[in-house]
Design a protein around this ligand. Structure first.
Ligand code: NAD
Length: 256
């Protein structure tokens, strides 16, 4: 379905980003990976799906590195047809204790990077009259949780950016939508499981159940594979007129 298209997924060396990159590659899209940590493993996983894969290590908190990444993607594959703004970090503390440096980093990586990548991707998408911008927001783009001020502010911002990008391109073949996962058991959430286990004197398994019990009626984690399938739907012909939505995959979190 996506043969000949190129997808750039930020923060795709791990977790949700890697799951989405794999799902798009399974549909035939060439992939530009980005993110820190192990690169060769994710590259090999994508290449095994029979598509071309490239990597750029831009730090998503830096506008000039994002510019270099977008240029690299265009030079390597001709154009970015699908942009998935996924890179993100978390820090948990009360507002009055929140380290200023962590606030700035979360806003830069979780929100401002999506603005930069989007503004740089749009001209070529509009020229081709086809494009998909998928912002991995969070259920925290729709509701708040204590001790996550920067994250919740950034993710609400991402949902706002999604709506405006969708509206500005509503008469074109370029769509923009957000994905709002509840809990997904990635390294980002495992840190919160570990903290809960220590704070409450629980085992790893009990801490996971406690985390789910507090928010998700389904008592199940959403998986990167499920989120990948939602991204594939947005890229399909059925997604042509899906514009500016913030789509929950949250086990009932926000239905309560
Ligand atoms: P993760 O920690 O597994 O992956 C984060 C990715 O972002 C990694 O590839 C990492 O290298 C990359 N990254 C971090 N800082 C970066 C930077 N400065 N520049 C470039 N890359 C950077 O986390 P995840 O859970 O897969 O999170 C992915 C996205 O999904 C984030 O935006 C997160 O907020 C969102 N999300 C996660 C959950 C969840 O429960 N895990 C729920 C809702 C939304």
């Amino acid at each position: 379905m996506l043969q000949g298209k190129t997808a750039l997924v930020t923060g795709s060396t791990s977790g949700i980003g890697l799951g989405i990159a794999k799902a798009l590659a399974q549909q035939g899209a060439n992939i530009v990976l980005n993110g820190f940590g192990d690169v060769e493993g994710p590259k090999a996983e994508i290449a095994a799906l029979g598509v071309k894969v490239a990597y750029h290590g831009a730090d998503m908190s830096k506008a000039n590195e994002i510019e270099a990444m977008m240029k690299f993607a265009a030079d390597t594959f001709g154009r970015v047809d699908i942009l998935v703004n996924n890179a993100g970090i978390q820090h948990v503390a009360k507002v009055e204790d929140f380290p200023v440096e962590r606030w700035d980093a979360i806003i830069a990586i979780n929100l401002t990077s999506a603005f930069h990548a989007t503004r740089l991707a749009l001209p070529a998408m509009k020229a081709a009259n086809w494009g998909r911008i998928i912002n991995v927001a969070s259920i925290h783009g729709l509701v708040g949780s204590a001790e996550k001020s920067a994250y919740v502010a950034a993710k609400h911002g991402v949902v706002g950016l999604t709506k405006v990008t969708a509206l500005e391109n509503a008469t074109t073949g370029v769509t923009c939508n957000a994905i709002c996962p509840g809990w997904v058991l990635t390294p980002l959430v495992q840190k919160q499981v570990d903290a809960k286990a220590v704070a409450m004197g629980l085992s790893n398994e009990e801490a996971k159940k406690q985390l789910l019990r507090e928010k998700e009626p389904s008592m199940q984690f959403t998986t990167p594979e499920e989120l990948g399938e939602l991204a594939v739907f947005f890229c399909s012909a059925a997604g042509n007129n899906v514009r500016g939505v913030a789509w929950n995959m949250d086990g009932g979190w926000t239905a309560q």
